[in-house]
Design a binder for this molecule. Sequence first.
Ligand code: DAT
Ligand code: MG
Length: 192
Amino acid sequence: MRAAWSKLLRQCGALVLLGLKDTGLHRLEDTGLHRLEDTGLHRLEDNCPDKNTVHFTPMAIERTFAMVKPDGVRRGLVGEIISRLEKKGFKVVQLKMLTPSRELVEEHYAEHKGKGFFAGLVDFLSGGAVVAMELEGENVIAEWRRMMGATRPWESAPGTIRFEFATTVDENVAHGSDSPDSAARELGIWFR
Ligand code: DAT
Ligand code: MG
């Protein structure tokens, strides 16, 4: 029963189960699936019209590339940043500390080649150890960007990493991929 139930849950994106009673399963626990996350589906919506209807909303589990930049490592902010990620509920699925080569940084920031700040950016990033991470979680690409705050720290929202720990744009403590395509590209560069 459990296998059939999981398969059904996996097949349907947003699922409405009518007549839960008729299945002989009265509570979620009866399915043997104690954690909805295990099914790839999330939240029981609270707008159920009656007790026999259960709405599931699909999770958007993503992976992204995150980095503590050399200023963050030098200033001892690695623990603080990972702690924020873990408290939020995101998983660190890969992590490594390294001093990246100029070539690696140039490839990572290829979109900024030709801009006035590019040389300084490459000097800075390749000038010290960074902590590179692969993160996993619901909407983690956008959420990690939100936790970091705006690129220019003076434009970042209070409570964000860049607001709390940075004052200048060139040393703004953390990096996060800005889209699913960037995440795939950057994870490929740093964890190949
Ligand atoms: P983000 O890091 O928020 O994705 P971005 O991709 O526009 O921002 O720029 C990459 C990094 O380059 C940024 O974190 C810091 C640096 N940078 C951007 N604009 C800069 C500027 N005007 N002067 C100096 N460094 C800059
Ligand atoms: Mg960027």
